[in-house]
Design a protein around this ligand. Structure first.
Ligand code: HEC
Length: 125
């Protein structure tokens, strides 16, 4: 076994022993990557800048349609939704079914990917 490989294994073993956050970190990294791939073309999260869609900084707990300077659909603005893991799950699975008239029309069909992205959005607040 190479020294470097041994060191890597020892490091992983040590961090597992210290706490079990390794899996959580891997999950957060996957969520971040998926966010960039699936949402990043339209949504910023590193900065509070609106693009095709509103920025998603601090989206967890935010009222739908409430980012200043973004031109929301009247439907989303009037929806009365607060963004929680549950409402995000429903919206991402089928936005137009939840909010008729919303301008975000993409459905995200992979439940595991949705869950990872939603956890990432929660972590980022
Ligand atoms: C093709 C562009 C596009 C993609 C890709 C996209 N969105 Fe959107 N999103 C929008 C638009 C446009 C709106 C505004 C909808 C409206 O005003 O009805 C929006 C709105 C939202 C909102 C409501 C925000 C608020 O302030 O109320 C959330 C949450 C959201 N998107 C999450 C996501 C996530 C998570 C992904 C990736 C899985 C994603 N979106 C992918 C265009 C997109």
């Amino acid at each position: 076994m190479s020294k470097r490989l041994f060191a890597a294994i020892a490091l992983v073993a040590a961090s597992w022993a210290a706490d079990s956050s390794v899996a959580q970190e891997a999950d957060a990294a996957a969520g971040e990557r998926l966010f960039r791939q699936r949402c990043g073309a339209c949504h910023q999260i590193e900065t509070a800048r609106n693009g095709v869609g509103p920025h998603l900084q601090d989206v967890a707990g935010r009222a739908a349609g409430s980012v200043g300077g973004y031109n929301y659909s009247p439907a989303l603005r009037a929806s009365g939704i607060t963004w929680t893991p549950e409402t995000l799950e429903t919206y991402l699975a089928n936005p137009t079914a939840m909010v008729r008239g919303t301008r975000m029309v993409q459905r995200f069909n992979n439940a595991d990917e949705r869950a990872a992205i939603i956890r990432f959005l929660g972590i980022r607040q």
